[in-house]
Design a protein around this ligand. Structure first.
Ligand SMILES: [Ca+2]
Length: 502
């Protein structure tokens, strides 16, 4: 009986404070945590190996979205889209170097909107891809820790403890590389969390929370952690959470999907071009691939630990119950699936990302609805009791935070240069169109029977209606923009590569 009574009081208090937010008199704080290149390799998402106790805790106390997708599978464009609530087209938010204030200067960004509505806004770490993008959005200049963002330790000339025997190997990897300037794709050293940038982002964020919790105005703080983005640098103790024998290659490591067009298959250029000791063509040797998979996990656990420090600070400061917390990745990541590494493709593995929203007065749950990172802007606006801005391309997820049985959209659309992909609860349909809109290639995966996307069924008769419906859906989403020169260059380069292969 006592428990029931307590629950009733909690519910009543919850209802009252929810009403208060809606009435504009007290605004909740907003803390957004972006974890770069994080796919749902998280225990709370059912991953059997990942050690992520802090994100798991957030998931246990919030709403976990099982089917959240980025609008563009690359950092800069994904962030410009999700931080503006505007969809990508063939003329904006195209690649890693996209900037919101260049591609769409008239769009009001999410942090700018909160700032205009009385919030104190802060950007720590990697938020917009370019630190100076949309500067006016922030109450203080966007902050980043010092040092190269790739931050392999010994390059900075630091004296490392002698126990770091691997240092010699790593230095050799640099020196031996033909370009002599790029480092290994991982680093395993005895180091403090704060030796790497993310540890310092956590420290700065905690200092800010301490300061901001004493202000009369609510805050909108975004903390952007850089791991598990390449290079997979993480202190030794996060590597030691795993045994190297824990890992296996993905079942699709050696093969692209049956019947796939060549359009979405890339050569993992980010990994090959930027890091020493990676072969310039062909599959990575199994031992190297497994080591990189281990390294990704170490980097995920390191990022998770930094998330934990920030979440603990909310509790210690007593502001957990008045702060909305969102955690997301900026896109998915291939760890060798379909012969590929990195993002840059319209497959589920490169598009699906974690999304967890913990809002005061909403019970924790898991939600299977298909959602887009574009939905973040209207969701945070509604949760904070602010008026919904006009012309956002996302939809508010507030109706489904409390009801996991309903959906908010037919499909989530993602774009990558001339390709567009529609994800429903059962299918991933993708097509590539020429500049006049004619479909040149397409693929369809029936995820209900083929969750790993191994068989393109777009040309099978029994899926004819699905293909028609989803290609029509993409047509209706198309804003009819002309191609930007970047899209033309990309398509030309891909076609010349295809010709070479043929
Ligand atoms: Ca990224």
């Amino acid at each position: 009986m006592k428990n029931i009574f307590i629950s009733s009081v909690v519910c009543l208090l919850g209802f009252l404070s929810l009403s208060t937010f809606a009435q504009n008199s007290v605004k909740p704080n907003v803390l957004v945590i972006i974890v770069d290149d994080l796919r749902p390799k998280i225990a709370a998402y059912g991953d059997q190996i990942a050690v992520t106790p802090n994100i798991d805790y957030l998931a246990e106390t919030g709403v976990l979205f099982e089917n959240a997708f980025t609008a563009v599978p690359v950092c800069g464009a994904s962030r410009a889209a999700l931080l503006s609530g505007k969809k990508p087209t063939t003329n904006r938010f195209v690649d890693y170097n996209s900037r919101l204030d260049v591609d769409f200067p008239d769009a009001e960004s999410l942090p700018n909107y909160f700032k205009d509505n009385g919030y104190y806004t802060i950007s720590n770490g990697k938020v917009f891809d370019a630190t100076l993008d949309s500067e006016s959005a922030w109450s203080e200049p966007a902050w980043n820790p010092e040092g190269e963002w790739t931050s392999v330790l010994f390059v900075r000339g630091r004296e490392l403890p002698a126990r770091n025997a691997r240092r010699d190997d790593l230095q050799r990897a640099y020196l031996d590389h033909q370009l002599g300037i790029i480092g290994p794709a991982f680093e395993r050293l005895e180091a403090a969390d704060t030796d790497y940038p993310d540890g310092r982002v956590a420290e700065k964020t905690i200092e800010d929370l301490r300061r901001l919790s004493g202000l009369d105005t609510p805050f909108f703080l975004v903390a952007g952690f850089r791991k598990p983005h390449l290079p997979f640098t993480a202190p030794e103790r996060y590597w030691s959470l795993y045994d190297s024998t824990d890992f296996v290659l993905p079942s699709t490591y050696y093969e692209t999907p049956f019947g796939v067009p060549s359009n979405p298959i890339h050569n993992s250029f980010e990994l090959r071009q930027s890091y020493a000791d990676i072969p310039q063509e062909g599959l990575l040797e199994e031992t190297q691939a497994l080591h990189l998979i281990h390294a990704y996990h170490a980097a995920v656990s390191y990022a998770d630990a930094q998330v934990g420090k920030v979440l603990n600070a909310l509790t210690d400061l007593g502001i957990e119950d008045e702060t909305i917390v969102v955690l997301l990745g900026d896109h998915g990541w291939s760890l060798g699936e379909h012969t590929m590494w990195n993002k840059h493709a319209l497959f589920d593995i490169a598009l699906r990302t974690p999304l967890i929203i913990r809002a005061p007065n909403h019970l924790s749950s898991r939600n299977n609805a298909v959602v887009s990172l574009l939905d973040l802007f209207p969701t945070l606006t509604e949760l904070s009791g602010l008026p919904l801005p006009q012309n956002l391309d996302g939809v508010s997820l507030v109706p489904i935070l409390s009801n996991s049985q309903v959906g908010v959209r037919t499909a989530a659309i993602s774009r990558w240069f001339d390709g567009a992909s529609a994800r429903t609860d059962q299918y991933r349909y993708t097509d590539w169109r020429d500049e006049s809109g004619q479909i040149e290639a397409r693929m369809l995966y029936d995820l209900s029977v083929d969750p790993d996307e191994t068989r393109n069924v777009a040309e099978e008769d029994r899926y004819k209606d699905v293909v028609f419906e989803l290609s029509t859906f993409i047509t209706s989403d198309d804003s009819g923009q002309p191609w930007s020169p970047m899209v033309r260059d990309h398509v030309e380069a891909r076609k010349s590569m295809q010709t070479l292969v043929e």
